[in-house]
Design a protein around this ligand. Structure first.
Ligand code: RNT
Ligand code: ZN
Length: 414
């Protein structure tokens, strides 16, 4: 192990990369782990079916049914993921002690247990209003609904969540990202494409008219190209939110499952960063028309990671977003988180500045040839050293730990 690392360190040094420094650099990158992988986007509010054009499939045993179970599962996942991270919550994960309130009446106290959980573990928290899986979203319309009463409910919900987010950010001493995603759209081509977007714009204006210190709360808006049942028109399209975010100083959140399959989110990152300080991501894996498979270590992920690293990791807010109910849910978290880290590592171990010099000289042969060689440099030894240094299991050693938890804990959840 040490020998392998020494060898790798020497090789990387020969192309100008200090692997010890890279390990420190990677250790400082937090990734927001989405709580909703733990229970198929169910939450604790009710047993309402998942709606909004998103779907989980699979029936793997042992899903978390209570806050305690979900927290225990998150702890298990984090115990085998190197580094300190963040937790991404949805409004439906509010914890009610006794009295229930509707989503427009949620308060910081409903997230107090999460705040305590995060404090004890040194985690940050991000949040999302939940504008789906609810009777008032049954027709697939929320902030753009033609009925003013429905819009009012969802506007108030988003306002309540922003207030909660600001409270969380203040409590934890790290800004909470509040990400607004709405499912609104139409199955068939609408007669009016402007009206719904005008209503969404007005609703967002009202939601965001309440100002919070950016030390505590940052807002982002997430676009989508289509969802199941809303194939013809999505109100919150990419252009809509890109413009809205720039005009209003919000972060544009790019979910790489929300674009045409040949569109590359990696390419959007440097473009947006010429016009905004930061950009936010939902990292996922699209497969054909589905946007939410577990993040794999593939070319798309490596491309995205490369742009994050080139831009500076402090300029991209990284979160994961997928939901797979067909495999062990905790393993799904671990696989995605570790893959995101591996991809960032691969980018940190590539001398892009040097390659860019060839690009600028017009020497595309050298740029291509060298990049292809760098791809097979011994990153594994650095990854292993990283895991070991941060006290996380090395290579697949995490797997028996999760298996054992499955046998001892998950199997008993019937
Ligand atoms: C849906 C969006 C959204 C959700 C989560 C649960 O297509 O990606 O981010 O996945 O909010
Ligand atoms: Zn998303």
């Amino acid at each position: 192990m040490t020998n392998a690392y020494d060898y790798a360190k020497e090789l990387y040094a020969s192309i100008g990369i200090d692997t010890d420094e890279v390990i420190q650099q990677l250790a400082a990158v937090p990734i927001s782990m989405h709580c909703w992988q733990g229970d198929d986007v169910q939450g604790f509010e009710s047993s309402a079916a998942l709606s909004g054009g998103i779907q989980t499939t699979g029936n793997y045993p042992g899903k978390a049914r209570t806050p305690e179970e979900l927290m225990a599962d998150i702890d298990k996942a984090l115990s085998v993921i190197p580094g300190k991270h963040r937790l991404n919550l949805h409004a439906t994960y509010a914890i009610y002690d006794g009295e229930r309130v509707s989503r427009d009446k949620l308060e910081p106290k409903h997230f107090e247990k999460w705040v305590q959980f995060a404090k004890e573990r040194g985690l940050g928290i991000d949040i999302n209003p939940t504008l789906f899986s609810h009777p008032l979203a049954a027709d697939g319309l929320t902030l753009s609904h033609p009925d003013e009463k429905v819009r009012r409910f969802w506007i108030d919900h988003c306002k309540a969540i922003r207030k909660i987010g600001a409270y969380i950010g203040e409590q934890l001493g790290t800004p909470c990202l509040n990400n607004i995603w709405i499912p609104d759209g139409y199955k068939e081509v609408p007669a009016d494409r402007t009206g719904p977007r005008q209503r969404l714009k007005d609703a967002l204006d009202e939601i965001l008219s309440v100002k919070y210190d950016k030390k505590y709360l940052i807002d982002s808006v997430e676009s989508k190209v289509f969802g199941i049942g809303v194939e013809s028109y999505t109100v919150g399209s990419h252009e809509f939110y890109m413009q809205y975010a720039t005009q209003n100083g919000l972060l544009c959140l790019l979910d790489n499952g929300h674009y045409h399959p040949t569109e590359n989110v990696a390419d959007k990152i440097p473009s947006l960063l010429l016009f905004s300080d930061k950009v936010a991501l939902h990292v996922t894996r699209g497969v054909r028309w589905d946007s939410d498979h577990v993040v794999a270590y593939n070319d798309e992920l490596r491309d995205i990671a490369a742009e994050i690293v080139k831009a500076g990791t402090d300029r991209v807010v990284i979160g994961l977003d997928y939901f797979d109910a067909s495999i062990n849910r905790i393993a799904a978290w671990v696989i995605g988180m570790r893959n995101m880290q591996k991809a960032l590592l691969a980018a940190m171990l590539t001398p892009y500045a040097k390659l860019a010099e060839y690009q600028n000289k017009g020497d595309f042969t050298a740029m291509f040839a060298l990049n292809e060689e760098y791809k097979t440099y011994p990153m594994t030894a650095v990854w292993d050293k990283f895991c070991e240094t941060l006290g996380a299991p090395v290579r697949e050693d995490w797997f028996p730990i999760i298996r054992q938890y499955e046998d001892e804990v998950l199997a008993k959840r019937k």
